[in-house]
Design a protein around this ligand. Sequence first.
Ligand code: HEC
Ligand code: HEC
Length: 463
Amino acid sequence: MNRFSNISLALVAYAVCLGFGGTLLGGEKSSPSDDSLNQKLTQVLQEAGFTGLIESTLEQRLGRAVDENLADLGRNLFFDKILGLNGDNACAGCHSPTRGFGDTQSIAIGIDNNNLVGPNRQGPRNQRRTPTVVNTAFYPNQMWNSRFVALSGDPFENSLGFLFPAPEADSLSYLPNLLTAQAFIPPTERIEMAGFDFPGTSHDIRAEVVRRLNESKPYRKLFRKRFQEVKDEGAITYDMLAAAIAEFQISLTLANAPIDEFARGDHGALTRNEKKGALLFFGKAKCVSCHAVSGLSNEMFSDFTPHVIGVPQIVPANTNATFDGPGQIEDFGLEQFTGNSADRYKFRTSPIRNVALQPTFFHNGAFTTLEDAVRHHLNVRKSAKNYSPVGKVAADLSGPTAPIEPVLDLLDEKLQKPIKLSDAEFEQLVAFVRGGLLDPRALFLSDLIPNKLVSGQDPLEFE
Ligand code: HEC
Ligand code: HEC
């Protein structure tokens, strides 16, 4: 994308500061003469259906070029509190550019926050961690429990419709892609952005958001530049807003990581350790059996299917969300959507591109190092039973956890048997997940923070 094309030499220096190892540093680069390792990995990637070309398919999938002007309008909206009727949150308050457009927290903090975005953000917790919006254009379903779905399995294809929970249901199916349909939801979420003061339905909330936009002279000016209807003195509509926000997120396609470069034939893109880690990921450690790269996965390292993987259930001391179970301290995951108790505790396999940028892991951020998150998969029962939130997550999440036995009773088949890796193998696997899947452009996303909000409101403060 043009937005990122002027990043070149500064990159390596910057990466050094941030402590990203391996490839970016040029550190322990493997020599092209590591022939047998390269051959093996090339073959494994081919067998897995991984091409490293997914990013280059974007415009063909969209059926047009990315609209840079529209994306830039969407960028301004993404950061602006004008979309939050409570007056204190924007998309970026949870999807922070400082963290790859994912959460700075273990569990999202929405309305009634202290205006900070970062480790010191405070306020009542919502239910789950904010996932990244980077690369979401390619997701065939969205959310931790896959409840926003492109029924064709292709997010760029609306012929079979897009399905959302009520009240939207299939009413957003006329939109061109799943991401544009999704943009109708967050401003209507009371605990995320809307607050409890404004009365009415989701429809009323959207009408109020666009009413406020239409009252803003600077926004009218920006929309006028891009939409003929507004130029002709027509109103800004929610559809325009959704198109802009979606376009911004589409422009955040950062799927050119070292593993992609390797798959396209640049054998120096991964370090030797990362290559060995990749062989484990696709082989003995069986990660790819869920973090899939073929078919509908669009090379996003997820099968986009919910599984029970035994994540400890941490409990917020202060929440404005409604949790599940008898004590209202549990998260039933997919069951919330399907109403089927067989789906209890199931969460979608995380697409793990750019996971190195996350400060916390899993749907509730129960783990705070990538090592712990990977180790958990290798011996789920041991990890879950030995888990304590104390000293890991924020103080207001460090109280007693909700029961883990009922979760472990439903543990996915694939993770029943512990997987044994040597210390060296474990390090290689983590090195691959951390460095091999990181698109270096994702280190510069804070450059996208606008200097001021178009609405004139007080901007969020990014730590
Ligand atoms: C209060 C924090 C918060 C705000 C504000 C917020 N989000 Fe989110 N977002 C989340 C959380 C949490 C999830 C996952 C929710 C779940 O799965 O139950 C999510 C999920 C998403 C997803 C799906 C990602 C995936 O992996 O499937 C997209 C896309 C998204 N949000 C875009 C937006 C946009 C656009 C806005 C602003 C209009 C916005 N969000 C505002 C917290 C937030
Ligand atoms: C049974 C399917 C399955 C297998 C096998 C599997 N994972 Fe996962 N993985 C998941 C699911 C599901 C989640 C999200 C769970 C949650 O948040 O509740 C996840 C989350 C993760 C995360 C955290 C990502 C985030 O957004 O917080 C990492 C890292 C990860 N997996 C790496 C691996 C590695 C490495 C392997 C191989 C050792 C592996 N996984 C094997 C299903 C699987």
